[in-house]
Design a protein around this ligand. Structure first.
Ligand code: NI
Length: 161
């Protein structure tokens, strides 16, 4: 496994649309392993392949320690409710904002065995599913944030933590 470099801020690759994965190859499973290792090394709870410069529709999410979701070609097929919570991104260091997301979403995706799976998440997991899926279409949470925290607000938040 390998820890890969995470693209940041205005890197133009982050704005590109990722392509679907047609078949699970050893290259894809190695990529999944590297993505999880990279996400963990950066203390993140989600990572999309585009963030390490690979334009493939693949994300990993670990909202709950030890429970890694590997989603290939994820698609949101249902959503309900609304939540306005704090969000950050490994590609936007030191930036935080409040975003509006559905409270509950269901995603259909392929797993590393090539099986179609459906995942329903609420709260933090619902946010992560939306956030990571957005990356695959070149979107960042800051694009539609209700409010981006000011440096003073971030300082205050860090003191409270
Ligand atoms: Ni992100």
């Amino acid at each position: 496994m390998a820890i890969l470099k995470i693209l940041k801020n205005d890197d133009p690759t982050l704005r590109k649309t990722s392509r679907k994965v047609d078949a699970i190859t050893p290259r894809i499973t190695t990529l999944l392993d590297d993505m999880t290792e990279t996400m963990r090394a950066a203390n993140g709870c989600g990572l999309a392949a585009v963030q390490i410069g690979v334009l493939r529709r693949i994300v990993v999410i670990e909202c709950e320690e030890g429970n890694v979701l590997e989603l290939i070609n994820p698609e949101i097929i249902a959503s309900e409710g609304v939540q306005n919570e704090m969000e950050g991104c490994l590609s936007l260091p030191k930036r935080w904002g409040i975003t509006e997301r559905p409270e509950r979403v269901t995603v259909r995706a392929m797993n590393r065995k090539g099986e179609i799976i459906e995942i329903t998440g609420e709260g933090l997991l619902a946010r992560a599913l939306c956030h990571e899926t957005d990356h695959l279409d070149g979107k960042l949470f800051s694009d539609n944030a209700i409010h981006m925290l000011t440096p003073e607000e971030i300082e205050e938040m860090e003191q409270d933590a």
